[in-house]
Design a binder for this molecule. Sequence first.
Ligand code: 3PG
Ligand code: CO
Length: 556
Amino acid sequence: KHDWLLPAHTKFPKGRTLAIVVLDGWGEQIPDQYNAIHVANTPTMDALKKGAPEHWRLIRAHGQAVGLPTDEDMGNSEVGHNALGAGRIFEQGAKLVDSALSTGKLFHGNGFRYIQECFAKGTLHFIGLLSDGGVHSRYDQLQALMKGCAANGARRIRLHVLTDGRDVLDETSFKFVEQLESDLRELRKHGVDALIASGGGRMYVTMDRYENDWNVVKRGWDAQVLGEAPHKFKSALEALTSLKAENPKFNDQYCPPFVIVDHGGKAVGPILDGDAVVTFNFRADRMIMLAKALEYADFNKFDRVRVPRIHYAGMLQYDGELKLPGKYLVSPPEIERTSGEYLAKNGLRTFACSETVKFGHVTFFWNGNRSGLFNDKLETYVEIQSDQGITFNEKPGMKALEIGRKAQDAILSGKYDQVRVNLPNGDMVGHTGDMKATVFGCEAADKAVKMILDAVKKVGGIYLVTADHGNAEDMVKRNPKTGQPLLDKDGNIQILTSHTCAPVPIAIGGPGLIPKVRFRTDLPHAGLANVAATMMNLLGFEAPADYEPSLVEVAN
Ligand code: 3PG
Ligand code: CO
């Protein structure tokens, strides 16, 4: 049996309140006019950077440092918060799916056999994000999956695609749909009846998270399962072209739902009894709500109208605690013994808070994709309801100040050892590509940081401020050699809505920090996974031996 007790640290004392602030989407980049964080007035974060050099540094937040396949992979909140909370680097979904596909193991597992049972008589449906962003899904994986299913007996395939524009450039949906159509043509040549059946933009159709707005999932359900949508087209390319022509504000993220119909006007691919369904995203947060709708017999979030009897498998199991979905093609990373569980087992009290759209990041992802509390006597998780039905450039302040206030109250209450928050602005507003709004959002996040640092000062505590990945610090696509913004074919600067590969800052301080604490200088390649051990030290404990090393030491 595992020994949960963490030994007391010989140099770092116990008993200080530790505030942990994760600025979502806040990286370090060239300080120019396209860097929203640089343009923003952020006196608090600036002061941390200009303060003691031994208390501020950069750490890696992308690629292999967070368990992604390559160092070309930008960071994201799932892998970032997993690394922050777990203190170790686990091979993440993207990588696990890659190896399950390349070894062919995927096609021999229980999950695959389960969907295969429907191949002879039913249709195989794929639902997921059509993108090569590598955050939620990757197109080459979908390609390999379709091919492998056809080789293993699938005779009829229908695709329900969600357009991206958030992890990849806006309007790349056209290119992905063309690619998909060509791959489906190839399948048809080999006797597989393969078609796109429905579509919609990821932020408006299906991919909501943390139950912010069930209408998003319902729109998808109507199109994918019932074959109903306000827009009907003969092909997905026609859908995108017409919808864009109709609406000057058209973008991939918010594309309205559509279904593809045959010459008689009948939907070509509703989900019916006896069909198999695969959600091909590997990332959890934005698939869980759909997984519940597909899997739960008892379900009251919206009227499903018709609930087909299907064999459903996720690319991964999205929630280990809920065992959702029950069947999956690839086993998820087993992220166990997270820092949150250690703190609870050692009697430390934790407060965690964010607004809905990031709430699961500081709880579910932080705790290794695990729902719920470890110990309800010791932990309090507070969710502030996010604004619904808007794009976040409309209200770029989001709930930053409310989160700041909740954290302040928690710190001043003296009831908690660790107070942990996520401030979403840099990321959520950064994803809109709206520079002005993102600047405003970063200023709001900076104000919230100040509120938290002020409270830390009052109670003699310690703060640790960091970020999960880059986003707002780079609002344009750049020439990798010159750093200059790239232009599109009309001569306009290409707006970058996605995350980046930038490193992120980490700063420590507060009156509770004993003298001579400093960042070690022998860990130049440290990343987010080094933060958990750091935090345990600052709370007065040694970290578990297999955690990535702590960033701090006490000088002699
Ligand atoms: C999203 O899901 O909003 C983006 O694909 C990634 O953003 P996140 O990793 O910051 O949540
Ligand atoms: Co993001």
